[in-house]
Design a protein around this ligand. Structure first.
Ligand SMILES: *Cc1c(COP(=O)(O)O)cnc(C)c1O
Length: 425
């Protein structure tokens, strides 16, 4: 959400919440998450068996994954703990996609044991998978079109040719043939070549490219693919001037290509999967922090009680996150500030030269679009502790879905004498 009027809470409500839960914390909107998931499924209701495997890395909190499960989503995992999240929320194997890369053998083993859909990143992973787990009945491959496909300038994934993921076209054909010989009987095809993309053409092109491949694979190898997975990457409008993708239009544009390239060629029905993470939770989470210092040197700074450890995107990518000073939504935005955290890193800034209302120590600040790759990217550098995660439920009540880390947690993995202070908070 990229405007002050998008908040799912107001100043008074947030003041009350902070009486129980001290800042900083992330807060998510159950209602928003559910409605958004429903509109995605609705846009693809023409496609039998459509699913969005939620990319767990965006917001790996089981309470959130469970809400999405209730809306029909599967989970897209790429690490062992993410597979455990999917398992704990009770997702069946066919609703778990394991799209990993550079994968250790215990992770293949876990995915295999869960009966998850294994999406192999590379042709050399075939013998590796066979050794570490076995040959699954259903196998999917990740395709990297390389120079055959250019992405829009500025996309964070860069051009496919420079991306570490997936296999080449020739390898892909070999991989299906090998797995068929080894006994797999069911097949899928995956690609993911964009991230945070706001142009829907890009997804239609991807669908079109995969549909063509499906028909070629069917011709050359006599293999009927069960599904294509278009990957994630649907962007969200972080900046006020950006617009969200029209999901309904995307659904019907892909339908037109499906009718031409799959139905039109008499191919058997093909399921369409996606694995969006960001668009599923990003707009429905805020990082709530409090101004604790005002500093006037060569520039004007507002120091807040959150840091890059709570939301890394601005510091890491220079990403824009909209900021609302709660209770001052209507005030003149006539002060230019850098909003800073306490990390000893000069890029620990949530905003640079941002025009905002006059901020005083004690003001509550909401940082928008922190529901994906926010808490999830948290870290402990500089002795920073991860903050809590709250959920505003559909009935309006607020629940703690992950407590904040304590000093005790920070020391929990060391047995240095004296670090187990008994009464450490
Ligand atoms: C990150 C990732 C996703 C989700 O991407 P979003 O931008 O969050 O939609 C999906 N699939 C794979 C393989 C990923 O690495």
């Amino acid at each position: 959400m990229n405007s002050d009027s998008d908040l799912f809470f107001d100043h008074t409500e947030m003041q009350k919440i902070t009486e129980t839960y001290p800042t900083p914390f992330h807060i998510y909107d159950e209602k928003g998450i559910r409605q958004n998931a429903r509109s995605l499924f609705n846009a693809f209701r023409w496609s039998k068996g459509f699913n969005n495997y939620f990319a767990v890395k965006a917001c790996p909190n089981p309470y959130i994954v469970k809400i999405l499960k209730e809306e029909g989503c599967g989970a897209d995992c790429s690490a062992l703990p993410e597979l455990i999240v999917a398992e704990k929320v009770g997702l069946p194997g066919y609703k778990i996609m394991f799209t990993s890369n550079d994968t250790p053998d215990i992770e293949f083993k876990k995915a295999f044991d869960l009966d998850a859909i294994i999406n192999l990143d590379d042709i050399t992973h075939i013998p590796f998978l066979e050794r570490s787990a076995g040959i699954p009945e259903l196998i999917c491959f990740r395709y990297n079109p390389g120079p055959l496909r250019k992405t829009m300038k500025g996309n964070v994934m860069g051009n496919p040719q420079d991306a570490k993921y997936g296999m080449t076209r020739e390898q892909l054909f070999d991989a299906y043939a090998i797995m068929k010989k080894k006994g797999s009987t069911r097949f899928g095809l995956h690609t993911m070549i964009v991230s945070n993309e706001l142009k829907s053409d890009s997804f239609v092109e991807t669908a079109s490219m995969l549909f063509d491949l499906v028909s070629e694979i069917s011709d050359r190898l006599r293999i009927n693919l069960e599904f294509v997975n278009l990957g994630g990457g649907i962007g969200i409008p972080y900046k006020p001037e950006q617009k969200a993708i029209d999901i309904d239009a995307l659904g019907s544009d892909i339908r037109a290509v499906y009718e031409e390239k799959i139905e039109g060629k008499g191919l058997p029905p093909l399921k369409i999967f996606m694995e969006n993470g960001r668009m599923m939770t990003g707009p429905f989470g805020y990082l709530i922090t409090r101004a604790i210092h005002e500093k006037h040197i060569y520039k004007e700074y507002i120091g807040v009680d959150a840091s890059m450890a709570n939301l890394m995107r601005p510091g890491m990518y220079g990403a824009y996150h909209h900021i609302t000073v709660l209770g001052k939504e209507k005030a003149k935005h006539d002060h230019k500030y850098d909003i800073i955290g306490s990390l000893c890193e000069n890029n620990d800034k949530f905003a640079i030269d941002r025009m905002l209302p006059k901020i005083k120590a004690g003001d509550l600040i909401a940082i928008h679009n922190a529901g994906a790759h926010g808490h999830a990217m948290g870290f402990n550098y500089n002795g920073k502790l991860r903050s809590a995660e709250l959920l505003k439920k559909e009935d309006g009540s607020v629940a703690l879905i992950r407590r904040a880390e304590t000093n005790k947690d920070y020391f929990a993995t060391m047995d240095f004498p004296g670090s187990q202070y008994k009464n450490m908070q």
